[in-house]
Write a protein that binds this ligand. Structure first.
Ligand SMILES: [Zn+2]
Length: 411
């Protein structure tokens, strides 16, 4: 499969090398009428934290999506982390098959050149669907698509040479392209500004010691700035470059949860100087995300599918941490974490999905683990009437569409 995808990848590269920035609009106009789908990927969406916020009415936009659509837990992978799971979301194949097994693979930061299976943006592009992607994790260096791609988490740049959990600005990107087509970079710098591509790295234990409240507040301010810039970017793209398929990413939620999850004093790692200072910081990330969602929803009509998907949840540290071979593999060398997601048993930290759009059942909640991270790509392809490629392991979530009579999938 890998050699085939390499061949396909080259073919696509050649094909889209001719699609310079100007023909992009042509690609849109000449394509037959296609469904419109907007996916918002949230890194580490923890339902335990979101549910109380929904009850308090603090996430009105997500509430509206739940009412108008279907949602549920998403079974994730073992030892889930962002690049590992995102590459499964892209390809519906196992990490061993797609090649992006973690943040670092064979001593090298995960990147798109490692992908051994065809990602959904390529399948859609080849079928003539226009594709726009922005700040989606594990998409650096960007690849040619029938539209645009702006990379997200794992983008390398100044002060972020390893590309792990850093925030290079667009102008500071190094070691590969963060924008496709390349000419779009100047356009973005002009119209959106020099935005941060990804969320900020957490302060280290040394940064925090003796300045806990100050360091926490400073960091929270910075990540809100990053979120504001990303929101502005999304607005610009949705306004100026509407695509049939759009995938946008957010990643500050997970990063905040790792060290500011509002744990109780009995939880492992509790340090009152950090964990009693801004107990609302982590829930506030979802409130902030809900505002981003509100902006996106303003740009979609009733005929657009909106899919919110999270790669995994995040939970306070639990048993066997010290002997767990996966312990802290995802964010080591940053501040001591009090919550994480790369537990050996991925069912401890399920992801989640929320979907609404034409023909999607209203107010439906899938119980148990009916849906998994493998099912997202086949379900999106199904919306476009594209047959699921043989290597994809997931299934179409037919339960969420009108006309299916799943007895399990009832509220
Ligand atoms: Zn994380």
């Amino acid at each position: 499969m890998s050699s085939l995808w390499s061949f396909v990848s080259c073919a696509v590269l050649v094909m889209f090398a001719f699609l310079a920035w100007i023909p992009l609009g042509v690609a849109q106009r000449t394509a037959k009428s296609q469904p419109h789908v907007v996916v918002i990927g949230v890194n580490g969406m923890e339902l335990d934290v979101i549910r109380p916020l929904l009850l308090q009415g603090k996430m009105p936009n997500l509430s509206s999506v739940i009412k108008k659509g279907s949602y549920g837990k998403l079974r994730t992978l073992s030892a889930p982390n962002c690049p590992r799971v995102y590459s499964t979301l892209f390809t519906s194949t196992t990490p061993e098959e797609h090649g992006v097994t973690g943040f670092v693979v064979g001593g090298i930061t995960a990147n798109t050149n490692m992908l051994k299976e065809e990602p959904i943006w390529s399948v859609l592009s080849k079928k003539g669907v226009s594709v726009g992607m922005a700040n989606v994790p594990a998409t650096f260096p960007v690849m040619p698509v029938n539209g645009y791609m702006i990379s997200g988490m794992l983008t390398r740049g100044k002060n972020c040479e390893d590309g792990i959990l850093c925030a290079p600005k667009l102008s500071e990107v190094q070691g590969g392209d963060a924008v496709y087509p390349a000419a779009m970079k100047a356009e973005l710098l002009k119209n959106v500004g020099d935005f941060y591509i990804d969320c900020e790295r957490m302060p280290s234990a040394a940064d925090l010691k003796g300045h806990e409240a100050e360091a926490i507040d400073g960091w929270l301010k910075k990540i809100q700035l990053i979120r504001d810039q990303q929101t502005q970017l999304f607005e610009y793209l949705l306004d100026s470059h509407p695509m049939e398929f759009t995938w946008l990413g957010q990643s500050c939620e997970d990063r905040t949860g790792h060290w500011l999850y509002p744990i109780a004093p009995y939880n492992a790692g509790y340090n009152p100087k950090i964990n009693a200072v801004r107990t609302e910081a982590f829930p506030d990330q979802y409130v902030a995300f809900d505002k981003v969602l509100g902006v996106v929803l303003k740009h979609v009509d009733d005929n657009t599918y909106v899919i919110i998907v999270s790669d995994h949840g995040i939970k306070p540290l639990r048993e066997f941490e010290e002997t767990d071979p996966h312990a802290h593999l995802d964010h080591e060398k940053t501040t001591p974490v009090v919550a994480k997601h790369d537990f050996a048993d991925g069912d401890d930290v399920p992801g989640s999905f929320f979907a609404m759009g034409p023909g999607i059942k209203h107010d439906l909640r899938l119980m148990g683990f009916q849906a998994s991270v493998y099912d997202i790509a086949p379900t999106i392809l199904h919306i476009y009437g594209i047959e699921q490629p043989v290597q994809m392991r997931g299934h179409v979530l037919t339960e969420i569409f009108e006309g299916s009579d799943s007895k399990v999938a009832q509220k």
